[in-house]
Design a protein around this ligand. Structure first.
Ligand SMILES: Cc1cc2nc3c(=O)[nH]c(=O)nc-3n(C[C@H](O)[C@H](O)[C@H](O)COP(=O)(O)O)c2cc1C
Length: 312
């Protein structure tokens, strides 16, 4: 007997059929007359996180929105992550009311704006929200799924189709944008948290949006002031015995071998990643004319990897 009720899945299931925690992002773009538009968005998540030549986010939005039209034209936007103050969320809800850009943007804007850093001389690059705790400056990956074919002029009461599956116009009223991240701008305080190490006192006050519910309100939670973020350590890595590492190492390459001292460095590497790590060492050895990898070589490889990581 299940302990759950089976709930009907309906349109906008993330806010109508479930409780789904989301970010609160004010997206700035440039209107056709060169003025600024800001729209509020929560369906915006990391998309390419590793293993591709670029990092990317995915944005899901109404294709009749100002943001969608501007992205189709200019390909540029800034994702401004706001902090949890009530006044900022109230402003996000105001900027989230559907309608022409000039109507909402003629009202005094609560946010202070400033130039971004990706390329402020580009007239299609919007300013960023100076009050945000972080900003992603982005460029739409319009070449994916040949999404350049979609034109703003074809959007009226939605788009007549045909539609793409994951990038560009994806349904009568829907659009998805894969957004390459050109720059991550971070307020100094939180930059220091990331660079020097986070602790329970140095997280930004991030709101959690639960979307539009009860046909009246957007619901969100503020960053907890009394209960601080809690860290849960991952299990201590289990040491693998040397014999099983030797077994894997001897089967990686016919020419390149490892000493026991070298392999001892890998006793804490999770099994899943062992082959990748060994192959990384073998690639280095081939580049450097080494046929027997020793402890010293592993240290050089690790130093090189750490330096590359730091540079990134
Ligand atoms: C907190 C919040 C989050 C929102 N998230 C989304 C979203 O992820 N996708 C979407 O299409 N609309 C979302 N909306 C509604 C849009 O803000 C609304 O369509 C607005 O008109 C968009 O502005 P724009 O036309 O200037 O782009 C959200 C509204 C609020 C207040």
């Amino acid at each position: 007997m299940s302990s759950f009720k089976d709930l009907r899945i309906v349109d906008n299931f993330y806010q109508t059929s479930s409780f789904f925690p989301m970010p609160t992002i004010c997206i700035s773009t440039i209107n056709p007359d060169g003025s600024l538009n800001i729209g509020s968005y929560s369906l915006c998540f990391p998309y390419y996180v590793a293993g591709k030549d670029r990092y990317a986010m995915i944005l899901e939005c109404r294709n009749t929105s100002n943001t969608c039209r501007n992205l189709l034209r200019t390909h540029k936007c800034a994702l401004n992550f706001i902090t949890d103050e009530k006044k900022y969320f109230k402003e996000a809800v105001r900027l989230g009311f559907p309608g022409p850009s000039e109507e909402k943007m003629k009202e005094p804007l609560l946010f202070k704006m400033e130039d971004g850093q990706a390329d402020p001389s580009d007239k299609d690059r919007p300013q960023v929200v100076a009050d945000a705790y972080q900003v992603f400056e982005c460029t739409w990956a319009s070449q994916l799924e040949d999404a350049e074919k979609f034109k703003v002029e074809d959007i009226d009461d939605g788009h007549p189709g045909p539609y793409n599956d994951f990038n560009g116009i994806t349904s009568k009223y829907g659009a998805h944008f894969i957004l390459y991240i050109d720059k991550i701008l971070m307020k100094e305080k939180y930059y220091n948290s990331i660079v020097n190490g986070v602790n329970k006192n140095n997280f930004p006050p991030v709101p959690v949006d639960y979307g539009y519910r009860d046909s009246t309100n957007f619901w969100y939670t503020r960053f907890p002031k009394l209960t601080k973020p809690v860290s849960e350590p991952i299990p201590a890595p289990k040491e693998v015995d040397l014999a099983s590492i030797r077994y894997a190492a001897d089967r990686c390459d016919p020419e390149i071998k490892f000493t026991d001292a070298a392999l001892k460095n890998f006793v804490k590497v999770p099994r899943l990643f062992l082959k990748t790590v060994l192959n990384g060492c073998i690639a280095w050895a081939k580049e450097n004319g080494v046929t027997l990898i020793d402890d010293e070589h592993v240290k050089i490889i690790n130093d090189k990897r750490n330096a590359e990581k730091k540079k990134r």
